[in-house]
Ligand binder design. Structure first.
Ligand code: NAD
Length: 296
């Protein structure tokens, strides 16, 4: 049986369309333009590409984009001062500081300085706590994108066995909380898990967020399971530079019921969810109803 391919590129375009519709309503009915501020410190080439894409897509859905590019030598105090200004600026509804920041800056201090209501990355400890206790939080974009795709494919996730491979703060742990919130029975596997293959074989839903190219083979997948591959790994194959996920796509797709490809699966959903979070933050800040289907 060949798996259904979950097309993240098309799904992300649909989410951006929903965001754009909501932005039009906010502007037309309330005179409010949602605004996203992105702070980039230094010249890391990958971060520059991410920030450029975020800015472009923010403008495309009709929101205001505020980019702050700071020299790598900026002091932590200067960066905190900028974040304080953005926290106080009513035109800014979402703030994101692109990671990694240079070594002389403590990323936890920076993330902790962002107003939790504007924390569209969902990394502030308050949002982590709110998510963990099942309350209204700003949810990290990548796991939110995975959840949206799973809900779209399955409808209800209630009672399903889910295994999340990876326990990072930005993907694995919030992903597990979201699946628990949707009443899955959740196992978090990691580098010290004793029987990873056996653990994954029990899962109706597998979310792989490890950062190891093609480490999950098809014979770990329960027939018919849904495989969400978060991994983005650059490898050399046949003399070519290639992007692959954490799952071996060819063998997993033979066994799974549905699977996300890499590229074109989870990746495009991350920025779409950042835009969704910004609209959500804007609605909450203004006491307006939140967009349906764009939050956890
Ligand atoms: P991380 O390095 O912070 O965490 C990796 C996790 O994998 C750790 O918790 C570790 O315990 C676990 N792990 C490592 N080796 C393992 C093994 N052999 N068996 C089982 N578990 C193991 O990584 P991250 O930030 O969570 O990212 C994971 C992957 O997802 C990376 O490839 C990253 O590029 C990708 N990613 C993609 C997006 C996106 O937008 N699609 C966003 C964030 C991360």
């Amino acid at each position: 049986m060949a798996a259904t391919v979950i097309d993240g590129k098309a799904f992300a375009a649909k989410v951006r369309g929903q965001v754009a519709e909501h932005v039009t309503r906010l502007k037309g009915d309330h005179g409010i333009t949602p605004g996203l501020a992105v702070v980039l410190v230094g010249e890391d080439p990958a971060s520059q590409v991410y920030v450029r894409n975020k800015g472009k897509q923010t403008v495309e859905v009709g929101m205001a984009s505020f980019e702050h590019k700071l020299d790598a030598s900026v002091s932590q105090g200067e960066l905190l001062e900028l974040i304080g200004k953005l926290n106080a600026d009513p035109a800014v509804h979402g703030i994101l500081c692109q990671l990694p920041v240079p070594d002389h800056i403590d990323s936890d201090t920076i993330l902790g300085a962002i107003d939790p209501a504007k924390d569209v990355d969902g990394f502030h400890i308050s949002n982590v706590g709110l998510l963990g206790t099942g309350q209204k939080a700003m949810v990290p974009c990548t796991p939110l994108g995975c959840l949206m795709m799973l809900r779209d494919h399955h409808g209800s996730l209630s009672g399903m066995d889910a295994v999340v491979i990876g326990r990072s703060n930005i993907v694995g742990k919030p992903m597990a909380q979201l699946l628990l919130g949707d009443s899955c029975t959740v196992t978090i596997a990691h580098s010290r898990t004793k029987d990873l293959a056996g653990t994954v074989r029990r899962a109706d839903i597998v979310v792989a967020a490890v950062g190891r190219p093609e480490m999950v083979p098809g014979d770990w997948i329960k027939p018919g399971a849904t495989v969400i591959d978060v991994g983005i790994n650059r490898i050399e194959r046949d003399g070519k530079n290639k992007l692959v996920g954490d799952c071996d796509y060819a063998s997993c797709a033979e066994v799974a019921g549905a699977i996300t490809p890499v590229p074109g699966g989870v990746g495009p959903m991350t920025i779409a969810c950042l835009l969704a979070n910004t609209v959500t933050a804007c609605c909450r800040a203004n006491g307006l109803p939140e967009p349906e289907g764009l939050t956890a």
